[in-house]
Design a protein around this ligand. Structure first.
Ligand code: SAM
Length: 471
């Protein structure tokens, strides 16, 4: 029985409720009156239920779809402005005991070399990432209680935060590791992590069990209830995601929004971010064997509908996607992107991009400087800001900042100051020129005169060599 407040996976992600939702969406996909009503509701920025959102996703009336895209762009602009937060993944270990059939790290893969970073190697990777200009990382690891126990992950986090190379610093470490216990989540919280990210992969229980035939990840309920344990352990910024291509996208979309509604209903705060990965080619993985791949237009529609449904949840797109796809999705709702990513263990310290231990093929292979310049040329402000969590603005405190419209007095100046740091420390001459002109024109867009004044003073101080200011 469907119950968003239940703590049981099969009740808050009810298969029957998803089927009923898909049926409702199919029957109403041409119901212009209802579609107009839902679009009007989305304009109030209060979000949409999974049923309402599913109707918009199913809608095949071209004119209404154009309205949905236009509204997604407007919501994106109204809430997030033109800032795009930058991050990079850091692969710690590809040892894994699970059998995920879409992932090259699966335990039975005998061709992929297994590697786990030593603390010295973590250090070198972090220095390489700092030297590009990164301030925010997402650490990634396979699941292996012997090779990558929680103590190893915690040690790596400690190492990462401790490294101060030249003007570099990693100021926020997000964590993407397998579902674990409340006790371990508490340890991660105490280690000072930002967001805990765990992709559901698929919300369809039967498919989930087939796609994860062996290992601890086979347990659908344990995996699906992980965010509740994370929140119980004190982590209030959690990141959801599904791996598009595994199951029918409409099913996943409804499940994803039900998961968000569940977190809101039980913990009073929805997901901090939603990621939208699509399956990619990798070592022994051929993405074409999965039947449910989605084309770029469907992918764009999903992103636009997520933007309307959870307006205050950040959306993340990785280098799994090409420059062209990323450019399109940024306008429709994506607020965070990775840059210059290497998805192999130890990949950042190699001169050439290594492919041997990669988790997936990287489509967007540009340098961070190139991505930053590209964003600015499209009118975006690349942001290296990590202020919120360092100021304790997590969970519902972040949400209230966003909902009170204070982003423009807080995130906007923080973006400009961290961009200025990047330009001075890491950018090429040309990127610096474009960036400084952008900063000059954007300082006027801080509404509060006092904040604007402090921003101008801080920008001067950064020019003079000082670092790490924030609102
Ligand atoms: N091992 C951890 C777990 O089980 O949740 C998380 C880390 S894993 C390195 C990060 C994510 O990469 C997975 O959750 C999965 O969605 C995604 N992934 C795995 N194989 C992929 C592939 N072939 N193409 C694209 N993404 C993939």
């Amino acid at each position: 029985m469907y119950n968003p407040k239940s703590l049981k996976a099969e009740e808050f992600i009810s298969h029957e409720e998803i089927l009923a939702t898909l049926d409702y969406a199919e029957k109403n996909k041409g119901n212009i009156e209802l579609i107009d009503e839902i679009i009007e509701k989305a304009k109030t920025l209060k979000g949409l239920s999974h049923r309402e959102a599913s109707v918009l996703l199913a809608c095949d009336i071209e004119e209404k779809n154009q309205e949905i895209y236009a509204l997604a762009e407007k919501i994106k602009q109204d809430i997030y402005g033109n800032r795009i937060v930058m991050f990079a993944p850091l692969y710690l270990s590809n040892y894994c005991v699970n059998g995920c059939v879409y992932c090259p790290y699966h335990a039975k893969n005998k061709t992929i070399p297994r590697k786990k970073l030593t603390q010295e190697e973590v250090r070198n990777e972090v220095i390489a990432l700092q030297d590009m200009g990164h301030k925010r990382l997402a650490i990634e690891s396979g699941e292996d209680p012997v090779n990558n126990p929680i103590e190893y992950i915690l040690e790596c986090i400690n190492t990462i935060y401790s490294i101060k190379h030249k003007n570099g610093a990693i100021r926020r470490v997000n964590v993407n590791i397998a579902a674990t216990t409340v006790e371990n989540y508490r340890k991660l919280k105490d280690a000072g992590i930002g967001t805990y990210i765990l992709f559901q992969e698929t919300y369809h229980k039967e498919s989930y069990e087939v796609l994860h035939p062996t290992g601890p990840k086979h347990d659908y309920a344990y995996h699906t209830e992980a965010m509740d344990r994370a929140m119980e352990g004190g982590i209030d910024d959690v990141g959801l995601g599904v791996l598009f291509g595994l199951e029918l996208y409409k099913y996943e979309f409804a499940g994803l929004l039900m998961h968000a509604e569940h977190l809101e209903a039980v913990h009073g705060v929805g997901p901090h971010t939603i990621s939208v990965p699509r399956i990619k080619r990798a070592d022994d993985i051929d993405p074409t064997v999965f039947d449910n791949g989605i084309d770029d237009d469907t992918f764009a529609k999903i992103v636009a509908c997520i933007r309307l449904s959870v307006p205050y949840t950040g959306m993340i797109i990785s280098t799994r996607e090409s420059e062209a796809v990323r450019g399109r999705l940024l306008k429709l709702g994506v607020s965070q992107i990775s840059g210059a990513s290497r998805t192999s263990v130890g990949g950042y310290t190699d001169e050439e991009r290594p492919h041997d231990t990669e988790q997936f093929d990287v489509s967007d292979q540009r340098t961070l400087d190139e991505v930053v310049r590209w964003l600015m040329e499209m009118g975006f402000i690349p942001s290296f800001c990590t202020a919120c969590y360092r100021e304790g603005r997590t969970g519902d405190r972040f949400m209230s900042l966003a909902k009170n419209g204070q982003i423009q007095n807080c995130c906007h100046p923080n973006a400009l100051m961290t961009l200025k740091e990047f330009l001075n420390d890491y950018a090429t001459e040309e990127t610096r020129k474009i960036g400084n002109a952008l900063i000059d024109s954007e300082t006027g867009n801080v509404p509060n005169p006092k904040t604007r004044q402090i921003l101008l003073e801080n920008l001067d101080k950064i020019e003079g060599g000082m670092r790490d200011f924030r609102f």
